[in-house]
Design a protein around this ligand. Sequence first.
Ligand SMILES: Cc1cc2nc3c(=O)[nH]c(=O)nc-3n(C[C@H](O)[C@H](O)[C@H](O)COP(=O)(O)OP(=O)(O)OC[C@H]3O[C@@H](n4cnc5c(N)ncnc54)[C@H](O)[C@@H]3O)c2cc1C
Length: 230
Amino acid sequence: MSARAQSSSACVDGVDPQLQLIWSAHGFGVLDPFRDGTFRVAVTAPATSGQQSEPTLADIQRQVDRVFPHRLPLRDATWLTVLRSGHRQLLDYRHGRVLFAGDAAHTHNPAGGQGMNIGLHDAFNLGWKLAAVVTGDAPERLLDIYHDERHPAAARVLAHTQRSMQLAHLRSPLSRVLRDQVVHHLPAALRRRLLEQVAGLDVDYAPAGGRPRPGPQPFRPERGSPTSRS
Ligand SMILES: Cc1cc2nc3c(=O)[nH]c(=O)nc-3n(C[C@H](O)[C@H](O)[C@H](O)COP(=O)(O)OP(=O)(O)OC[C@H]3O[C@@H](n4cnc5c(N)ncnc54)[C@H](O)[C@@H]3O)c2cc1C
């Protein structure tokens, strides 16, 4: 599903500084308190709703009023933007001597807020491989493994965020009730797995699967074949 998200940093009057997430018939909304007393406010709207230019605070207020069940008066915005969801991923992260990372390699809708996170994973993964190849500690084919490891990781995020956006924009009231009930009663283990997915902690570069290995792993060139440590 194609969607847009309008986002703003603003003051919101009369609201507890607590994270609020809402799925409504009109889209998905997030109210995220910052330490300085302001909030990040983000609301989605189907791409079919039109607006092409950057939003005003009044535009965002209108969508906030539609999505949130209670009034959230916004004022003194310091930042306003619109994210147009383009679900795109390069087929190959390596084109000869050019290697792609971050948003240049993959973009997805804002559900989960993972864009920067997976871009940093790309950079870390690629950085040490480049260094190892440049210093002669690893063969050049190690760079191909960057694509092999990071492409599937981003592909999973794209698939998850696509599904999240579809869930956020369910049209039928019955489907929405079912969705809310299922989400409300998710077993703790499944909830934890979903959180690990969003945080990128489920990444596992082991060829045959196995236990997730978050964080740096020791690089062992003595094994005789290129391996990974991120
Ligand atoms: C409103 C909003 C909220 C977000 N919230 C989150 C979040 O909560 N969590 C999260 O993980 N992600 C979030 N993201 C996504 C995240 O910001 C991006 O995924 C991340 O910034 C991408 O980093 P990047 O370095 O790959 O690309 P960019 O940040 O786009 O950096 C690319 C840089 O290259 C420069 N550039 C482009 N072309 C050229 C050129 N020809 N020559 C020289 N320089 C050039 C650009 O000016 C830019 O500075 C959010 C994005 C938005 C818009």
